[in-house]
Design a protein around this ligand. Structure first.
Ligand SMILES: Cc1cc2nc3c(=O)[nH]c(=O)nc-3n(C[C@H](O)[C@H](O)[C@H](O)COP(=O)(O)OP(=O)(O)OC[C@H]3O[C@@H](n4cnc5c(N)ncnc54)[C@H](O)[C@@H]3O)c2cc1C
Ligand code: SF4
Ligand code: SF4
Length: 557
């Protein structure tokens, strides 16, 4: 600059005392940063649509009640899910590479167990009435969300108490009954009516329900068992797995043979074997594929093995061996794995001449269930993408709709059907497809943008190990249905929440504010504001945001 001034003539250094905001550099830019929360991989993978990162953010700030309330906005059974869900949310968790995935299920269990004012207020009464058939997780979630939307809801179920398989299938050592009872109680407290021991299609007609109610949600699950199809199967000491389990879980202790073979590789097989072991029977599990192909939740198989329950893999039953009227064994044939079948698992192929007998006094079949529509209209056999049926005002949810076979999927299905039924009842018309659970979140976010590992600025994170989860030692489990997995303390849960990277969710770490070279970012109510006239769109704040909660978008003038 030709000012004529020489350095040695200066008595002071000339600098501007005015902020550079006077220069409207923002008007030259063609891209600008915008705060935009996006979907973390955990929540994208949760079939129940739990807003995990936001609840963990609240918890990390010590706001336990708010986090517990947040979790229950749509999901009525977090204490249950935290215990029984195979937690698919943890598989894609970005924390995995930095000390292990966040134990979301342990946090959910903790939040579900929080007592107090945790249930949202229902909307004002709509004057509409909905019947829900089936009180399993899908029916409970549908009833809860429809009641929250202001509708009158009555649940019909053929069992003595609500819960579906949560009560008649999943044993207390995984889901204590007081936990389930409390969650059902919270739903009832909202004003949902439960009519138990009422089989629709027998005690009350399906057409009558359609006449009395403005809408009917059917969520009757899978309750008709598959059979083995082998000689000797009709012997009185060949038991149906779900029925035997239901009796044991109701507290019955029928006289049983001392050694029993359990046939199957799913959750029912594991729970039957583990329950029999607890009541003093020696079970042996026979499964036609290998451990890798077992449909049971992996942790259930691990626990069964820890309890010392023996498995016969690659073996399929061919005959129940009966001598003098008593079962003495189950004849099986060795299998080897062939090409993958429709399920994607390798098909078991019999090995000729490989028959052998597993000695036992009884057999339990646990081969899976299908829908039982006895007394119900055949039109319920198939729902569409909107969870509608060909019958006007009749909707479907849960296993019977999609066969997903998990509690979390059933909850998600119940939440979605409630949104569809609400739209139907309030004259908004039916959607093309039932909304995704994440679309129903009350906080805005960019659902299409999944914040995977590559989108994080990982330089800001250091590895912190996941705390251990404690289990009741196997030697203390025999003869007892006490809960195996122990809960975490408040300190452990808060520590875990602080380990969460809050992927895609602004947690006000202030990096954007510190790094903006033009001081164009300021603190504002509940977050930050960007001085659009001054920000020149360099994108440094976007680059430095650890969790991809800022994006650059084109400027539209
Ligand atoms: C032994 C066992 C263990 C399992 N363990 C797990 C696990 O650990 N984790 C997991 O995620 N999933 C598990 N599952 C699967 C899970 O329980 C189901 O996927 C889930 O319960 C399905 O929910 P739903 O609401 O569709 O039906 P259900 O839970 O089956 O509930 C349907 C209800 O409707 C009632 N009903 C049926 N017909 C009628 C009628 N005509 N009138 C009135 N009521 C009727 C039934 O009696 C039942 O109470 C397990 C399943 C079993 C059997
Ligand atoms: S329901 Fe299952 S998948 Fe969803 S947050 Fe809980 S543990 Fe994770
Ligand atoms: S670190 Fe937190 S927000 Fe990110 S995927 Fe894991 S649980 Fe979700």
């Amino acid at each position: 600059m030709a000012t004529g001034l020489r350095l040695e003539d200066l008595t002071y250094v000339p600098f501007s005392e005015r902020p550079t905001t006077a220069i409207k550099t923002g008007t030259w830019k063609y891209v600008e940063p915008v705060y935009q929360n996006a979907l973390p991989p955990c929540a994208g993978a949760c079939p129940a649509g739990n807003d995990i990162s936001y609840a963990l953010l609240l918890l990390a700030q010590g706001r336990v009640m708010e986090a517990a309330r947040w979790w229950r906005q749509r999901n009525p059974i977090p204490a249950t899910l935290g215990r029984v869900c195979p937690h698919p949310c943890e598989r894609p968790c970005n924390r995995e590479a930095l000390g292990g995935a966040i134990a979301v299920h342990m946090v959910e269990r903790f939040l579900g167990d929080v007592e107090g004012d945790v249930v949202p207020q229902p909307a004002p009464r709509s004057g509409k009435k909905v019947a829900v058939v089936g009180s399993g997780p899908a029916g409970l979630a549908a009833a809860y969300n429809l009641r929250l939307a202001g509708h009158q809801v009555c649940v019909f179920d053929d069992k003595p108490a609500p819960g579906g398989y949560l009560r008649t299938g999943i044993p207390e050592y995984r889901l204590p009954r007081q936990v389930l009872d409390r969650e059902v109680g919270l739903i009832a407290h909202l004003g949902v009516e439960f009519r138990q021991r009422v089989r629709v299609g027998r005690e009350v007609g399906f057409d009558e329900l359609r006449r009395v109610y403005d809408a009917v949600v059917v969520a009757v699950g899978f309750h008709k068992s598959r059979s083995l199809g082998i000689p000797g199967e009709d012997h009185p000491q060949v038991y149906n797995g779900v029925k035997l389990l239901e009796r044991l879980l109701a507290g019955e202790r029928p006289p049983l043979p001392s050694r029993m073979v359990v046939v199957g590789g799913g959750n029912t097989a594991m729970d039957v074997a583990r329950s029999l072991w607890r009541v003093g029977v020696e079970p042996v599990v026979v499964y036609r594929r290998t451990r890798e192909e077992m449909p049971a939740i992996a942790s259930e198989v691990e626990e069964a093995l820890a309890e010392g329950i023996p498995f016969q893999f690659l073996a399929a039953p061919v005959r129940v061996v009966v001598e003098e009227g008593r079962i003495v064994g189950l004849e099986c044939q060795r299998m080897e794995l062939g090409e993958p079948d429709a399920s994607g698992r390798r098909r078991p192929v019999p090995v000729p001449g490989s028959e052998f007998v597993v000695p036992c006094g009884g057999v339990v079949t646990a081969l899976g269930e299908v829908v039982d529509l006895e007394g119900l209209p055949g039109e319920l056999a198939k729902g569409d993408a909107r969870q509608c049926t060909p019958l006007e005002g009749v909707f479907l949810a849960g296993d019977m709709l999609d066969g997903a076979g998990t509690v979390t999927a059933a909850v998600g299905s119940g939440i979605r059907v409630a949104a569809v039924v609400h739209a139907y009842l309030t004259g908004q018309g039916l959607p093309q497809v039932a909304p995704a659970v994440q679309e129903l979140w009350p906080r805005p976010l960019e659902r299409q943008r999944l914040v995977e590992w590559g989108k994080l600025n990982t330089v800001y994170f250091r590895a912190v190990p996941r705390p251990p989860i404690h289990h009741l030692p196997p030697e203390l489990r025999r003869g007892d249905f006490a809960e195996v997995v122990q809960g975490w303390s408040v300190a452990e849960v808060l520590g875990e929440a602080r380990r969460c990277l809050a992927c895609g969710t602004c947690n006000e770490c202030c990096n954007c504010l510190y790094f903006c070279p033009d001081v164009a970012i300021h603190r504002a109510d509940g977050g930050f504001s960007i001085d659009r006239e001054h920000c020149k769109g360099c994108g440094i704040c976007v680059q430095e945001c650890p969790r991809s909660a800022l994006i650059l978008r084109e400027v539209t003038r």
